[in-house]
Design a protein around this ligand. Structure first.
Ligand SMILES: [Zn+2]
Length: 318
């Protein structure tokens, strides 16, 4: 019987679990409350129960499950398999890998959620078939994951791929990380709405003014206004895609990936994002490096994280 893998995507409020086949095809999934406040022991024991229920639900004997992977939102010690600290759950210094291995009796692999999502897209999403690719998630922040030769790149502290913190503006605004002018301050949803607000505060006329007064100024409104040739919205989209295209140009001369996969809430804008982004990338990238590189929308949506988490078990990059 073919092997199965279980992926767990741990979030601040909910935990998503999925069981996948050897091609990264999602067979069954479930969503449960995280209840991080119960503490890691109780919460992880419950998650382990949910993992077993998942296999039972599709009639997979536990002996056919080859391993379990978990994507976590925060800072990890990958060598020790430990949580250092998480973004939305108050757990620190938790040896999550050995705890889950003891609960499940299977090999367990962990990684941060951005890397897990990147691996998911690479395995059975928009990146399938590419050996070298970079995934970029444009949401409230800018996340990323780098895959070289089919394997996730981690680097010294597991921070490889944190492309949201590449500095793009010398005197830019302060980023959540403490540095100034990070890509994330410009090209994330938060960055784009901030730029739009700045423009409105400077007295620029824009249809976005009404959205702001209704308390509904989002990237969706910005892209819709840009489509209608609103000057401020066009400027915001131009700045966000120019900064991201430049960063992709830099990454291209470092890694020369075959594809960039762009996901996250902001990517739902579709062509309104991808057309100016491809233009910016072509403008900033050495032509020999840019040749043949594809810039594609992510395909797996919210399932990327749990599918990729399942893939962590066999994808042990450096
Ligand atoms: Zn930063």
């Amino acid at each position: 019987m073919a092997k199965r893998y279980i992926g767990i995507d741990l979030g601040g409020t909910t935990v998503k679990l999925g069981i996948v086949d050897e091609n990264g095809g999602l067979l069954y999934k479930a969503e449960k409350p995280t209840r991080g406040e119960e503490g890691p022991e109780a919460s992880l024991a419950r998650i382990a129960d949910h993992a077993r229920e998942l296999a039972e639900a599709i009639g997979t004997p536990w002996s056919n499950v080859a391993g379990v992977g978990m994507g976590l939102p925060g800072f990890l010690d990958l060598e020790k398999g430990e949580i250092i600290r998480l973004t939305n759950i108050p757990w620190e210094r938790v040896p999550v890998r050995s705890m889950l291995e003891a609960e499940l009796g299977l090999p367990v692999a962990i990684d941060n959620d951005a890397n897990a999502a990147a691996l998911g897209e690479a395995w059975s999403g928009a990146g399938a078939g590419f050996n070298d690719l970079i995934c970029i998630t444009l949401g409230t922040g800018v996340g990323g994951g780098i895959i070289v030769g089919g394997r996730l790149v981690h680097g010294l502290s597991g921070m490889a791929g944190e492309i949201g913190h590449i500095p793009v503006e010398a005197d830019g605004v302060r980023c959540g990380c403490g540095q100034r002018g990070c890509l994330e301050t410009i090209s994330s949803a938060t960055g784009m709405t901030r730029l739009a607000r700045e423009g409105l505060a400077q007295g620029r006329h824009s249809v976005l003014d009404e959205a702001e007064k209704r308390g509904e100024l989002t990237t969706r409104e910005i892209f819709a206004a840009a489509k209608d040739q609103d000057g401020l919205a066009l400027d915001v989209v131009d700045r966000a895609t120019d900064a991201l295209g430049r960063v992709m140009a830099m990454l291209s001369v470092v890694n020369n990936p075959a594809a960039f996969i762009v996901g996250g809430g902001v990517s739902r804008a579709g062509d309104e994002l991808f057309t100016p982004l491809r233009r910016s990338y072509a403008k900033h990238t050495l032509v020999e490096v840019a040749n043949g590189v594809q810039i594609l929308p992510a395909r797996l949506g919210n399932d990327a994280g749990l599918i990729g988490a399942a893939g962590l078990v066999w994808n042990r990059g450096s």
